[in-house]
Design a protein around this ligand. Structure first.
Ligand code: HEM
Length: 130
């Protein structure tokens, strides 16, 4: 739990300065709740205590992200901050390979939560105007 607390703190310190991501957070500029939820989710996902489930129920992360616009830009900004957080948190006290394992999870997870293509064709009618 201490590891995920450090990881999530470093991640949200980045989000707090991000003009694309920060406006998405309903309680911003207070990210205390978001920090708490992500920390508990990650600890649970990686085999730790199931407090997230007890507090929030089944994660259903795709559904929980539907209210927020997550296009390619938001996905990429999220990953930039998470990659930085992984780098600073995985210091010499953390076993080799942990950083790679984390990123191998976060990259497809962020793409999975993307709910907009970012392309203008996403809402166009293919039979439309010439
Ligand atoms: C792809 C870019 C992403 C964006 C823009 C994004 C944005 C957000 C926002 C705005 C919230 C609401 C904040 C709140 O709960 O107060 C949220 C919640 C959350 N996000 Fe993300 N997120 C992204 C990716 C991810 C990924 C990859 C994960 C997990 C690996 C994740 C895990 C969570 C969790 C656990 C919550 C709290 C859910 C709850 O219990 O309500 N998010 N996210």
């Amino acid at each position: 739990m201490a590891f995920f607390e450090r990881l999530v703190d470093a991640f949200y310190d980045g989000v707090a300065t991000d003009e694309v991501l920060l406006p998405l957070y309903p309680e911003q500029p207070d990210l205390t709740g978001a920090r708490h939820r992500l920390k508990l989710f990650l600890a649970q996902y990686w085999g730790g205590p199931t407090t997230y489930m007890e507090e929030r129920g089944h994660p259903k992360l795709r559904m929980r992200h539907f209210p927020f616009h997550v296009g390619p830009l938001e996905r990429d900004r999220w990953l930039v901050h998470m990659a930085h957080a992984v780098e600073v948190t995985c210091d010499s006290a953390v076993p080799d390979g942990v950083a790679d394992e984390l990123m191998a999870y976060f990259v497809p997870a962020a793409e999975h939560l993307r709910n907009d293509t970012g392309l203008p064709i996403s809402s166009s009618d293919p039979r439309g105007k010439q």
